[in-house]
Write a protein that binds this ligand. Structure first.
Ligand SMILES: NC(=O)c1ccc[n+]([C@@H]2O[C@H](COP(=O)([O-])OP(=O)(O)OC[C@H]3O[C@@H](n4cnc5c(N)ncnc54)[C@H](OP(=O)(O)O)[C@@H]3O)[C@@H](O)[C@H]2O)c1
Length: 254
């Protein structure tokens, strides 16, 4: 059987590197979207290898960037993929809410929310058409949307939570296991993590490696908020809150 491939959007960052490590450990190949050759080198350096990794340059902040990659895949110029991991992230400034001018607000949406949304919009139709029985689509969101200490970054995460809820709902009965990984701790590529005393990307990689093999986990929020969550998958179904409200009310919101 051909090796499955994960397309990673945001592949060269801390979380993207971790996703690549998880995918490689699970036996998958990686198709990594990179901003440029320098970012690709950073990824290879942090992974310590180029084996089973194909890179392609694209501007993931453009509405058509990921779509161009999908078009190249469809044309057979890049490997087909069955899985997507999306983790593009931008500014992390701490100015107060009323100091967020239009440009700063837009930067948060442009570099954090939009690229993950564009990635979803470009890849889901492709995965549905392929109809691979074991497709997955995973996004990493951060706890900042709940803490609110960095309002710009937090609001972008809030939008991603909502996007994930819709995606979880809409893919519940499809061939795609959509899941949101909610990360509430600092993860960095190993060398930086060691220097800063935070969690290592290679350790967080356990979460994605496990998620890929857990066919029962779909339309869920995977919770990574304490150290033990790095080793044992903890999750809740995204519609749990709605079910608590009651099925009678659920119908009213459809
Ligand atoms: N790291 C954590 O501890 C943590 C915790 C919770 C949630 N998260 C969430 O996970 C996501 C990724 O975080 P991260 O720590 O991996 O961030 P990161 O290390 O800064 O990586 C971000 C990724 O986005 C790309 N990117 C950023 N701005 C770009 C631009 N203008 N054009 C093209 N590409 C751009 C980067 O490309 P380059 O490499 O080329 O710059 C990189 O691939 C974010 O949404 C973040 O909120 C992270």
């Amino acid at each position: 059987m051909a090796t499955e491939t994960v397309l990673i959007v945001g592949s060269t960052g801390h979380i993207g590197t971790s996703a690549a490590q998880g995918a490689l450990k699970a036996g998958l190949s990686v198709l990594a979207i990179v901003r440029n050759a320098r970012s690709a080198e950073k990824l290879f350096r942090n992974l310590g290898s180029k084996e089973r990794i194909t890179t392609v340059e694209a501007d993931v902040t453009s509405p058509t960037g990921v779509q161009c990659v999908v078009d190249q895949v469809k044309a057979g110029r890049l490997p087909a993929f069955q899985h997507v991991y999306s983790c593009v992230g931008g500014p992390y400034d701490a100015e107060s809410l009323y100091d967020l001018d239009d440009n700063k607000f837009l930067e948060n949406m442009t570099f954090t929310f939009y690229p993950n949304f564009y990635a979803y919009r470009a890849t889901i139709p492709y995965l549905l058409a392929q109809n691979h029985p074991n497709s997955t689509w995973t996004i990493c969101t951060g706890g900042q949307g709940d803490i609110g200490a960095r309002p710009g970054a937090g609001m972008a995460q809030g939008a991603l939570y909502s996007m994930s809820t819709s995606a979880a709902r809409q893919n519940k009965e499809t061939n795609i296991r959509f899941n949101e990984v909610y990360l509430f701790m600092r993860v960095e590529v190993d060398a930086e993590a060691e220097a800063h005393g935070v969690q290592k990307a290679s350790h967080f990689a356990n979460v994605y490696e496990t998620l890929l093999s857990r066919n029962d986990v779909r339309s869920a929020r995977v919770l990574v908020t304490r150290e033990e969550d790095l080793d044992v998958l903890r999750f809740e179904y995204k519609d749990q809150k709605l079910l608590e409200v009651g099925t009678r009310l659920l119908g009213a919101f459809d």
